[in-house]
Design a protein around this ligand. Structure first.
Ligand code: ADP
Ligand code: MG
Length: 249
């Protein structure tokens, strides 16, 4: 906790750089996310959105700069990253559910393995989470029997099982058939309504416009522009933002 942050700042990123070999992918990112804030990250493919998200919970090693999450200095090599990750849930494009386990076992796994909960308690919590994402009746089903939208809702429930303070979503709806996007976005909207701090990389511009408190437009490894959704979508200032939005809106 060597970096001082304001109490309400859940995520603080200072001059974050990330290279893969000689390829500098993040070229100095500065960002703050306040408690309860919903931040959507948009931008062209290859601009570094996923890498940025992955640096927040150290799925990628940080090349330079400072990242503080929930009071932990993630950029400190000595940080207990498993402890940090207990505060951050992450949902990916591909759900990565364990196929040989039932839905409820998938959700119970982390709380039980981390000894955060006993089995009975973990099962109770998992059932409540399944109710919350509208899938209580699927508790004993195998992931293979679920639709893509249902799998992704299970993945969200699994991430919530550790009772995180922050949720990260990396294109959580990109792999879904169009008719299943809505049910997953609804679960995310509910979380936003409950005050969860969230950072979402998304291609769903309508969703970003509706749910985000703030939108970051990333291009070429930097945050090129940011603002409230009505500002960024309605009156973008940078040429690159205008070009991008003219292609996706
Ligand atoms: P986005 O999510 O915006 O599409 P990414 O963060 O996935 O962008 O990728 C940004 C750049 O970093 C791309 O050029 C990609 O090829 C490169 N990159 C991402 N991950 C790796 C990796 N593990 N090794 C090497 N290059 C990577
Ligand atoms: Mg990506």
């Amino acid at each position: 906790m060597s970096t001082a942050v304001t109490e309400r700042s859940k995520i603080s990123v200072r001059d974050l750089k990330k290279s893969f070999g000689a390829h500098e992918v993040l070229k100095g990112i500065n960002a703050e996310v306040a408690e309860g804030e919903v931040v959507c990250v948009i931008g062209p493919s290859g601009s570094g959105k996923s890498t940025f998200l992955r640096c927040l919970n150290k799925l990628e090693d940080i090349t330079a700069g400072h990242v503080t999450v929930d009071g932990f200095d993630v950029s400190d090599p000595k940080v207990d990253i498993n402890e940090v990750r207990r505060h951050i849930g992450m949902v990916f494009q591909h759900f990565n559910l364990f196929p040989h386990m039932s839905v409820i076992e998938n959700i119970m796994l982390a709380p039980v393995e981390s000894k955060k909960q006993g089995k009975a308690e973990a099962r109770d919590s998992a059932l409540k989470l399944l109710e919350r994402v509208g899938l209580a009746e699927k508790a004993d089903a195998r992931p293979a029997s679920l639709s893509g939208g249902q799998k992704q809702r299970v993945a969200i429930a699994r991430a919530l099982a550790m009772n995180p303070d922050i949720m990260l979503f990396d294109e959580a709806t990109s792999a879904l058939d169009p008719e299943m996007v809505g049910e997953v976005l609804q679960v995310i909207k509910d979380l936003a309504g409950e005050g969860m701090t969230m950072v979402l990389v998304t291609h769903e511009m309508g969703f970003a416009r509706e749910v985000a408190d703030r939108v970051l437009f990333m291009a070429d490894g930097v945050i090129c522009e940011q603002g409230k959704p009505e500002q960024l979508f309605g009156n973008p200032q940078q040429q690159r933002t205008q070009d991008f939005l003219s292609k996706v809106l």
